[in-house]
Structures are given as C-alpha cells and as structure tokens.
Write a protein that binds this ligand. Structure first.
Ligand SMILES: Cc1ncc(C[n+]2csc(CCOP(=O)(O)OP(=O)(O)O)c2C)c(N)n1
Ligand SMILES: [Mg+2]
Length: 900
C-alpha cells in the first residue's frame, strides 16, 4: 500500500531539478521540452491534465509522491492574465491619500488632546489599498431591492473606515473630532466596530480576533440557507472578510475552513492582510505566513490567490533568466522581509540582491531609493483589482486572497517596525513627510496639528468618490432595521404547554421540544424558526423535529439513510430547517449570530433556537455570545442537560452549576431557570413579542433539564411574575407562614417537598416561590435603586422583589441547582433574611439523590436549613433543630462540597 505524505522542505529540495542525478538530466530535459510544447500548443489545461494523469499513474506504480500544497512565492495571477484597471488611478490615489491622512490625523490628534486614549494607525495604513479598491469597484450596497455585500473589517482598521465615511459625507467633522470620545454629549465614534454603540453604521463586531472570520463563514452558509429555503431571493451578494495575518493564529479563524469549501460557498471572500506583523513582532519571523496560509487554505479546499509582488517586480521577474530572483524570494523568511523594509534601499541591494552577483546586475540601473520603493502586491491597486475580480467570478468554492502589505505603510520611521502596532502619534518630521508623500493640500500648521481635511463638495476627489459609490448602489456602511409587521402568537397558542402534563412525568426539555415543534407549525412565524444543535439533538429528544422539518443540507440527501424505513429517520433536505452543526459550539454560535441578526442584515426576522449542553455554552463560547449581544442579536439560547445535580452520572466536566453566573454578565441577555414547561412557554411567547414586535435588541438564556416529573398547570395570574422573575407557586398549606422558600428549576420540587416536611414533621409553615430569574430581579432592583439615588426628593420606589414579597415574612431559604451567587444577587434587598443553598464546587458522578445530598440542595437539606435559621432567630428550639438535622439525614461533619 502506498501512503501519501506532505512534502517537507527537504523533500522539495530533493525533488528539485538541480538535485537530479547526472544520468537522468538528459531525459528530464526531454520531458520538460515535450511538456513545454504541449502547453504551448494545447494550452495550460492540457498541461494540468497530463500532470494529473502522470501523478495518478506514479502513485499506482508505488512512487511515493509528496503532496504539494504550495505554489512558488509569486503572484497567483500572471501578468499576462491581468486586466487593465478600470478606474482613474490618479484620482483614486489622491482619495486614498486623503483617507490615509484623516485616519492617521484622527488618532494622532486625539492622543495629543487626550493622552492615552489610544487608537491604531498602522493597521489601516497597511490595508488602505485593499479597502479602497473594494470601495471604488467591488463592494455593492444593494442588489436590486435586496441588501448588498457584507463587510467584516479588521477592527483595528476602524480609523480608516471612519475617515472614508467622513469623506463620503456619512460622518461629520464633529464625529471625527470625537473619535473614542463617546460620552461627551456629542456624537462620537466608537473605538472599533460595535453595532451596539453605532447601530446605524456597523453591522459586525470583529475586534475580538478570530470571531469575524468564523462568523463570516457561517454568515455565508446562512445566506445560502435562506436562499434554499426561499426566504430571500438569490443574489450575487458577497461576504468580504478582512482578516489580520496574526489573527489567523486564533483557532476560531481557521477552525471552520472546511465547512466553507464543503458547502461550496463562493459567496465568501477572505482577504488576509499579510503585513507579516502582529502586535509584538513578526507573525512568522522564521517562516512565511503567506505560504503557510496558502497550504492551509488550499488543503481545506479554498481557491487561493496570492498577491505578493506589485507591478515594479514584474519587470525584474521577467528580466531574470536565471531563476535566481525567485530563489532569493523563496529563501528569505518574513523576518528578512521586515528588515529589508525597515533598513531601506542600500540594505535591500546588499542583503537581498547582493547574495547573487546576477541579481545585483539585475538592479544595477536602479537607485537605492527606487529599490526601497519597489511596491508590494497589497499596495498595488492593479494587482488587488485583478485578485478581487477573480475572487468575485470564482464559482464553486470560497476564495482567500493573501495580500502582502507593509504594516505602518507611509508612516515614515514607524513603517514595518516591531513597535508600529502601538504607534499613536507621529513626530513633526513624520507628519510633514506623510503630508508631502500623499499630497495633502493643507496648511503646515493644520498638518502639524493633525487636522481633519475634506476637500470641497465639488472637488474632483469627492465627486469621483460619490460617483463610484452611486454606481455600486450607494454607501455601504449603513445598517437599517425595518419595522416588522408580524403577528406573534398569543399565549393561547401555547395552550398545550400551559395545561400541564396531567400527571405524566416529563422533563422541561421534552416540554420545550414539543413547544418548539408546535411553533414550527405556526402559519406565520413557523418558517422563521431556526433550530440549531451541535450534535446533541438526540440528547434533547429532537428526533421528531428532524422528521418534521428536516436537517438543512445544501445538496439534499445524496444517500439512502439506513433508517429510512423508520418513522423518525435521519432526514436531510435542501430546504431543511434544522441547522445540525456537528460538534462545534463555536460554529453553532456563528449560525445563531447570522440568524439572530438576519432581521437587520437580510430584513427577515429569523428566530433562532440554539439548544446545547449548558456546560458547553457560556463557558465554551462566551466571547461569541458577547459579540452576539454587541451585534444586537435576537434569539433563544437553550442550555440543556442543565444543573449540577440534575444531570446524573456525568461528573465534573458536564455538570453545570454556573452558566447562569456567566450568562448574567451579558447586558442584553435575559436569563431564566425554569421549573415547569408553562414558565418556558410564557417566556418564549413574550420574548418573540418583545424582540420582533417591539423591536427590542435582547435575547434569552433559558435552562432546561432532563429530570422527569409531572408538569403542573400554570397557576392563574402567574405570567407577570414568571417574566419578572418570581411568583408564589404554593402558599403555606396550614396557616401563617414562618418563612419563605425559594426554588428554581427542578430544585423547586425539592423545596416543595421541604415545604411538606416542615409542615408535617415540624409544624413550620412556609410559602413556596418559584424564582425564574434572579438576574432579572436584580437588574430591575438596581435600576429602581439608581432612580431612588438620583431623585432623593421624590417618593422612593420599591424594587419588584420587595413588592412581590409584600407581607411575606420570615427568613428566606433559596435553593438552586446553580451556585449560591445566583440567589445571592438579591442579598442587598433581602438583608438579614436570605439563606442560600446552591451547588458551588466541582460536580461528581452519581445519581440525583446522592448529588443533591452531597451539594446540600435536597428537600432534607432545605428543611434543615430552614429550621437552623429559625433557631438562630430564636423562633425554633436550637436543640430540636440540631436533632432535626440528624433525623433528616443531614451529615453535619462532612466535607464542604464547595471544596470537595
Ligand atoms: C482575541 C483578541 N486577542 C488579542 C487582541 C489584541 N490585539 C489587537 S490587534 C492585535 C494584533 C493584530 O495583528 P494582525 O492580526 O496581524 O493585524 P494587523 O494589525 O497586523 O493588520 C492584537 C493582539 C484582540 N483584539 N483580540
Ligand atoms: Mg498583521
């Protein structure tokens, strides 16, 4: 059997013609000659075919051929294939100079005015040509009545994006003047792309590196999903994702590449800005990031276009008959290229060309200055234009453009230096140099101050810029949200979920899934629901959903599923509605984000329900959830298999007792821990109404469990309390209560049992409350308290938690399957009353009964805690309380589970 291996540099060296044995030299040259003839007569395709056939033949014959994923270190598009530039290069250069100036000046001036306010100038300066060619010739603002291309931009390049919007008249000088000054009562500009902060400008938060590329891939896939399901019309819309070369080290950036090729996402274009540097220094000092990325993307099935050298190098490459120029290009590592830029023309001559006398000869007619100005591909509009054109026209696969640029391009002595990323200001000399290099027509003093500059409205530059944008459908940096006129289902649509299970033991997960199944049938919003699962559908009992609406598969189902004769077979369909993502919570978040922001991006108010293992949610993909909130995402996150003691047997890595803590930190996330199915129905119904009828930018985190128990019918009048976070579930059974019991999720049942134990065994009466959201209660209380603080002369308002507890006396024992900090969020308003029982500490493998005893959240522990507290308050005999603990089986001397 032959094995295939990837070529190592040594293999390639060995396979190189110059290393061939003397006796095969003649034969080799004959082969080459024949090959050249074939290509000349029949064309490159014939050459490729011949080599393909030969390679297959060689492998069959047992020849161990290395796989070669790299092409030479030159541009992918040959000069002969290039098309002429369609724009006015001169004016475009002037516009670019103006954008560069304003971007640089914005950061420079702000840091002079307000030292330490930050900002970046070197990222944009490297990416300027890549963006300008796009803005002038490619980025479409609309396709007919449909929204246009989507741009994921490097967050740190935002000054350049603002500068262009300023020239286009989209942003005012006052805004430019208030870059990074958002809190001064004037319109300012956020540091980075944040739709939350600038909702009519930014669409995609990208500055947490790696999330942009991942979200772009899933966005491209979701666009196809909407098209295939007939929810939007098919357009030529492209998703352009600008990515830093350093950023590609983030696993999220590269982790989903094969999805894009598998799904043939030719609506997706990555542009990697290969300035060879990141924050601290070179991305690959000892290697070549462009070659490394080429192999990775090509291996993943992408169309790869390298844009390495500018037109200045074409002539040198054409004149070099020795092959030494390419050899030298390939020998140098990225650290060398960085030094060549920093050290200038004479060094380039001696170090780069000087290695081989023939190369020195090649540049004998060039001055040192000319050598220092030999342009790279990513700064050459002609090269960039051709790469973009090929990318846009490419069919059947996503494209990545690897464009070589210089970090800090045009910033004088800061260019390409290791420290350039942190540069905030230019010195006077560099400012003057910048002004003359890019011909900025402003007075010296204004230049010195770094004043913004916008030429008059009727200047050639502004007219040209506007005309180009008009041609492309208008300005692209705009985010508009239409008003939707959808009728969301009323609560009675959920009647089945509200009615209880009539004594049948079911889990909240089952109840949730049947509710989802019902929602999918809704005549108006059914089609808008997007169920998303990361290979966990069976865990949550979703097989019936698979049968009902199918799993989305862009190619349909190409095979006959082995279980086709079963009712609940594995059904994949081109118009399938479920996104079955496989084992990727990050990728699922990509889909959740694309779906949850579709109301703004596609003007289709999709309603995603992403159901996952609660332990692998916020803990695993918290930053993606944060970005979802920033993007003003709307939808439902369902944390299944929730609870540190409810998910039995799984142990430390799986038992979640803290996702509610993590979820509580996201400002637009409403978190709910539900005990009964009707609670979920009330929250989902109201959520859809608030998000899509009222247009609120919020989303939900709801935990559901796999413990089966009878679901009660919804108590009359409890809807408001469910939504606000607390309602009385069962009043004290026999007389005036001495204390209050709070329970959440399945632990409410433990509290219910505790209520009985207390009444029957100890004659202690307690009210029982279901607390659906400590977090919502806390937020409301904080807002009320803030109002009180700011209005000392007005009548004090009472937080909802105190209103709800009006007249409810005695201590409060709150029990949860989550950490104690969850109920403790209400401690400031329940001073001296609150006793919290929760599941702090690592989970263990055991059944519910033992887990709850271990974590001290079982009914007995709740009853014991109540008696203990009453004893401390002098309301129950202390010795009897101690005895009760023993009778209830509470081990008073066991180790604290928080430390076990
Ligand atoms: C997740 C994350 N980690 C770290 C940073 C901080 N950071 C901002 S820019 C940067 C370097 C970026 O380098 P590169 O991706 O090559 O972009 P360039 O500026 O060179 O174009 C770093 C580390 C961040 N924004 N996000
Ligand atoms: Mg970089």
């Amino acid at each position: 059997m032959t094995t295939t291996k990837i070529a190592s540099p040594a293999d390639l060296e060995a396979a190189a013609p110059q290393a061939a044995q003397p006796d095969v030299v003649e034969e080799t040259s004959e082969w080459i000659e024949a090959f050249d003839e074939l290509v000349a007569e029949e064309g490159p395709m014939a050459g490729a075919q011949l080599l393909g056939t030969l390679t297959r033949r060689a492998r069959q014959a047992g020849v161990d051929l290395p796989i070669q994923l790299n092409t030479p270190y030159v541009n992918t598009i040959r000069v002969e294939e290039e098309e002429p530039y369609p724009g006015d290069r001169l004016i475009e250069r002037r516009i670019k100079g103006l954008v560069r100036w304003n971007a640089m000046a914005m950061v420079h001036r702000q840091n002079k005015k307000d030292p330490g306010i930050g900002g970046h100038i070197s990222t944009y300066s490297s990416i300027a040509s890549l963006l300008e060619v796009g803005f002038n010739h490619f980025f479409r603002a609309r396709y007919g009545t449909e929204p246009g291309d989507f741009l994921y931009l490097q967050g740190h390049a935002s000054p350049g994006v603002y500068a262009r919007a300023f020239l286009a008249g989209l942003l005012t000088e006052e805004q430019i003047d208030n870059f990074r000054h958002e809190l001064r009562g004037k319109p300012g500009l956020s540091s980075y792309p944040h739709p939350w902060l600038m909702p009519s400008f930014w669409r995609f938060p990208t500055v947490s590196m790696g999330l942009g590329p991942l979200n772009a891939i899933y966005q491209a896939r979701f666009m196809r999903y909407l098209e295939n399901r007939g929810l939007i019309s098919q357009t030529a819309r492209k998703i352009w994702a600008f990515v830093g070369d350093g950023e590609t080290d983030e696993p999220e950036a590269m982790g989903s590449l094969t999805l894009a090729s598998r799904e043939k996402l030719d609506n997706l274009i990555f542009v990697v800005n290969c300035n060879l540097q990141r924050l601290d220094g070179p991305v690959r000092g000892n290697g070549k990031i462009i070659q490394e990325l080429e192999a990775a993307f090509r291996g993943a099935g992408w169309n790869v276009i390298k844009v390495i050298w500018g037109a200045d190098w074409d002539e040198l490459l054409a004149r070099d008959t020795t092959g030494l120029l390419l050899k030298r290009m390939e020998e140098c590592v990225d650290g060398d290229y960085q030094s060549l830029k920093v050290k200038g023309g004479a060094y380039i001559r001696s170090y780069f060309f000087g290695k081989y006398p023939q190369l020195l000869e090649l540049v004998a007619d060039k001055s040192d200055e000319e050598l220092s100005k030999l342009r790279l591909g990513g700064h050459d509009p002609q090269k960039v234009y051709n790469a973009y054109k090929c990318a846009v026209e490419h069919r059947g696969a996503p494209t990545v453009i690897l464009a070589k640029t210089i970090k800090g391009y045009g910033l004088g002595s800061a260019e390409a230096r290791n420290a350039t990323h942190q540069e905030k200001k230019l010195n006077d000399e560099n400012l003057a140099l910048f002004r003359s290099r890019f011909d900025i027509p402003i007075p010296e003093q204004a230049a010195h101050d770094g004043a913004p500059y916008r030429p008059p409205e009727d200047s050639l530059e502004i007219l040209y810029l506007k005309e180009r944008r008009k041609e492309l459908g208008g300005y692209i940096l705009q985010r508009q949200v239409p008003k939707f006129d959808i009728k969301v289902p009323e609560l009675d649509y959920f009647a089945e979920s509200l009615a209880g299970s009539k004594g049948r033991a079911v889990s909240t997960t089952m109840g949730y899934v049947s509710m989802l199944r019902h929602l999918l049938k809704h005549p108006e919003i059914g089609k808008l629901i997007v169920p998303i699962v990361p290979d966990e559908g069976r865990t949550f009992g979703m097989e019936s959903l698979i049968r009902q609406v199918g799993i989305y598969a862009s190619q349909g189902q190409l095979y006959e599923p082995h279980d086709q004769d079963m009712l609940l077979y594995y059904r994949e369909a081109k118009d399938g509605q479920i996104l079955e993502e496989g084992i990727t919570e990050a990728g699922s978040m990509g889909s959740f984000t694309a779906a949850g922001t579709a109301y703004a991006n596609y003007r289709v108010p999709m309603i995603p329900f992403f159901t996952f293992y609660s332990m692998f949610g916020f803990q695993r993909v918290g930053d993606l959830i944060w970005a979802f909130a920033d993007a003003r995402g709307r939808g439902f996150l369902f944390g299944g298999t929730a609870g540190r003691t409810t998910l039995a047997g799984e142990g430390l890595q799986h038992l979640d007792g803290h996702s509610h803590v993590l979820a509580s930190v996201v400002p637009t996330c409403a978190t709910y821990d539900c005990a009964y199915v009707y609670e979920i129905a009330v929250i989902v119904q109201d959520g859809i109404r608030r998000m899509h009828q009222e247009g609120e930018d919020r989303f939900y985190y709801i935990t559901v469990y796999n413990e089966d128990y009878p679901m009660p019918e919804m108590p009359e009048g409890s809807a408001e309390g469910i939504l606000r976070g607390i309602y009385k579930f069962k009043p004290a059974p026999g007389g005036k209560p001495a204390l209050q019991l709070f329970g959440s999720g399945p632990i409410l049942n433990e509290a219910l049992r505790a209520q009985q134990i207390l009444a029957e065994k100890y004659k202690v009466q307690a009210d029982l409350w279901s607390v659906t959201s400590y977090n919502q209660l806390r937020r409301e209380a904080l807002a009320t308290e803030r109002w009180n603080r700011l209005h000392p002369a007005e009548k004090e308002k009472r937080p909802y938690i105190l209103q709800a507890l009006e007249g409810a006396e005695g201590p409060i024992v709150a029990a949860t399957d989550y950490m104690k900090i969850v109920p403790d969020q209400l401690a400031p308003w329940l001073t001296g009353r609150l006793v919290t029982l929760g599941t702090d500490g690592f989970g263990r493998s055991d059944n519910r009964q033992h887990l709850r005893r271990h974590f001290e959240v079982n009914a007995e522990s709740i009853a014991a805690a109540a008696l203990s507290r009453l004893a401390r308050d002098g309301k129950f005999d202390a010795r009897k309380a101690q005895k009760a603990l023993q009778d209830l089986g509470v081990d008073t001397e066991k180790i604290d589970p928080a430390r076990a």
